[in-house]
Design a protein around this ligand. Structure first.
Ligand SMILES: NC(=O)c1ccc[n+]([C@@H]2O[C@H](COP(=O)([O-])OP(=O)(O)OC[C@H]3O[C@@H](n4cnc5c(N)ncnc54)[C@H](O)[C@@H]3O)[C@@H](O)[C@H]2O)c1
Length: 253
C-alpha cells in the first residue's frame, strides 16, 4: 500500500458515516491525519475507531454546517492547531426527505437551511480554513451530485449552486494556489441512499448506467484520493462525474 498522504492533514465534513467515512478510511490507509467533523458525534467516534484500525490517526469535532458561528470558531481552532491543511472535503450534505421531493411549498426558512448546509457552509468553511490551505497549497473538494445536472428538486438546486461556487472558489482561492474541484456521484450505495431508494428500484437504476454494477462509497473515496494526490494536481475548476454512465440516459432516478 502506498502512503501518498503520510504527514498530510485531511479534513472531511459529514464523516460520521457513508461517503464521508469512506473518504476518511481511504485517506487513512494512505497515511493521512484525519480531522473528522459532523453533527453526529456517535458516528464520528465509530469513524475514528475505523480510521485507527487501518493505521491512520484522527480527531473528531462536532460541527453544524448550518451555523456560521460554529464554522468560524471551528475554522479558527483548526488553523491555530494545524499550520497546514492539505485537503478539505466539503462532504456534509442534506439529501433526504423534503429537499429531494420537489421545490414547491417549502417556504423561505427551509430553503435557507438547505442552502446553508449544502451550498454556503462549504464556502464559509473553506474561507475560515484558507490560511492553513494556503500554506499547504492544498485542495478543496466540494461534494456535488448528478442531481445538480437535473435540478428538479431543492436538492439538485443546492448542488447546482455548489457547482457554481466551486468554479468561483477555484478562481478566488487560486490566488493562493489552492485548487478547488467538485465530485458529482451518481447513486452510490450508502446507508442514507438505501433509505431513500426502494429495494426494487436499485436494479432499475443500475440498468440506466452503461457500467452495470452498483456504485460504491469506495468509488467516490478513490476519486477523492486521486484528485487530492500529486497525480491529480493539474486538475482544477472541474466537476468530475462518477456515475457509471447514468448521464448518457439523462440522469433519471
Ligand atoms: N450516496 C449517494 O448516492 C450520493 C450521491 C450524490 C451525492 N451525495 C452527497 O454525498 C454526501 C454524503 O452522502 P451520504 O450518502 O454519505 O449520506 P449521509 O447522510 O450518510 O452523509 C451525510 C453526512 O452529513 C452529516 N450532516 C448533515 N447535516 C449536517 C450539518 N448541518 N452539519 C454537519 N454535518 C451534517 C450527516 O450527519 C451525515 O453524517 C452528501 O453531500 C450527499 O448529498 C451522495
Amino acid at each position: 500500500m502506498t502512503q501518498r498522504f503520510a504527514g498530510k492533514t485531511v479534513l472531511v465534513t459529514g464523516s460520521a458515516g457513508g461517503l464521508g467515512r469512506a473518504y476518511a478510511l481511504a485517506f487513512g490507509r494512505e497515511g493521512a491525519h484525519l480531522i473528522l467533523a459532523d453533527i453526529n458525534e456517535a458516528g464520528l467516534d465509530e469513524s475514528m475507531t475505523l480510521v485507527e484500525g487501518v493505521g491512520g490517526s484522527a480527531s473528531t469535532h462536532r460541527l453544524d454546517m448550518a451555523d456560521e458561528a460554529q464554522i468560524q470558531a471551528f475554522g479558527a481552532e483548526i488553523v491555530a492547531k494545524h499550520e497546514r491543511l492539505d485537503v478539505l472535503i466539503n462532504n456534509a450534505g442534506l439529501h433526504a426527505g423534503e429537499i429531494a421531493r420537489g421545490f414547491f411549498g417549502l417556504g423561505q426558512a427551509k430553503w435557507q437551511h438547505f442552502f446553508a448546509v449544502n451550498t454556503i457552509g462549504p464556502m464559509l468553511l473553506a474561507e475560515a480554513l484558507r490560511p492553513a490551505l494556503a500554506k499547504a497549497k492544498g485542495v478543496i473538494i466540494n461534494k456535488s451530485s448528478m442531481a445538480s445536472y437535473n435540478p428538479a428538486t431543492a436538492y439538485g438546486i443546492t448542488k447546482a449552486s455548489l457547482n457554481v461556487f466551486t468554479h468561483a472558489m477555484a478562481m478566488q482561492f487560486g490566488a493562493d494556489e489552492i485548487r478547488c474541484v467538485g465530485i458529482a456521484p451518481g447513486l452510490m450505495q450508502t446507508e442514507a441512499a438505501r433509505d431513500g431508494v426502494a429495494d426494487d428500484n436499485w436494479e432499475r437504476l443500475k440498468g440506466m448506467q452503461s457500467v452495470k454494477r452498483q456504485g460504491t462509497a469506495e468509488d467516490i473515496a478513490n476519486l477523492g484520493v486521486f484528485l487530492a494526490s500529486d497525480e491529480g494536481s493539474f486538475i482544477n475548476n472541474q466537476i468530475i462525474l462518477c456515475d457509471g454512465g447514468n448521464q448518457m440516459r439523462g440522469f433519471r432516478i
